[in-house]
Write a protein that binds this ligand. Structure first.
Ligand SMILES: Cc1cc2nc3c(=O)[nH]c(=O)nc-3n(C[C@H](O)[C@H](O)[C@H](O)COP(=O)(O)O)c2cc1C
Length: 182
């Protein structure tokens, strides 16, 4: 394999291999990693380039504990995360689809940047698609949408081993790809 070919193969494997990792250690994450994650997030593309997001970085253990255990949460992984990142979206009621689509892109970028630093990351979505309780805990204005909080952290290798863990199955390409027409 030429250098170029092996670099492409490496990058494709990096992208293909991205997994949600919920088994994290409650250790601080390096400042340079966090800076890179936020920088990659900042450059996410968005509908009409509106960039309808603001991020709250959470290190405080008591806050992470609260967010990970609130009744409308689905992110128990936050309890052991090195940091949480709340994705606060615009809440634009005229274009809710923009928020939804852009939030997905943003979260995937955050995961990829974390993976580049060999950190684990996980998405937590609030039940019902939003959480007033999480907004209250974080002081987010009521008009904004807070649906997703992400965990970032050092992977707890005892709890999680990417190589040994059976991959969550995916549909085959034959099942999902059509050529030229449906
Ligand atoms: C929109 C969205 C919402 C999700 N919400 C949660 C969640 O609330 N809690 C959680 O633990 N995982 C959540 N996940 C993670 C998925 O369960 C995970 O990506 C899927 O099971 C595939 O797992 P893998 O990445 O390890 O292969 C969410 C993923 C997406 C894309």
């Amino acid at each position: 394999m030429t250098d170029v070919t092996s670099k492409v193969a490496e990058q494709i494997e990096f992208l293909r291999g991205l997994r949600q990792i919920r088994q994290l250690k409650p250790e601080p994450i390096p400042a340079d990693a966090l800076r890179d994650i936020l920088e990659v997030a900042r450059w996410t593309g968005s509908a009409r380039n509106i960039q309808p997001w603001e991020l709250i970085v959470i290190h405080d253990r008591a806050t992470l504990q609260k967010l990970g255990t609130i009744p409308d949460g689905r992110g128990p992984h936050l309890v052991n995360a090195g940091a949480g990142i709340a994705l606060v979206m615009s809440g634009d009621l005229e274009h809710p689809d923009f928020d939804t689509y852009d939030e997905g892109r943003l979260s995937e970028r955050i995961m990829l940047a974390a993976e580049a630093h060999e950190l684990g990351s996980a998405i937590g979505w609030f039940k019902g698609g939003a959480s007033d309780e999480a907004k209250r805990i974080l002081g987010v204005p009521s008009v904004r949408l807070l649906r997703t909080i992400m965990s970032i952290g050092v992977v707890d290798a005892e709890g999680y081993d990417k190589r040994q863990r059976p991959a969550q199955p995916r549909k085959s390409l034959a099942d999902i790809v059509h050529q030229e027409r449906w």
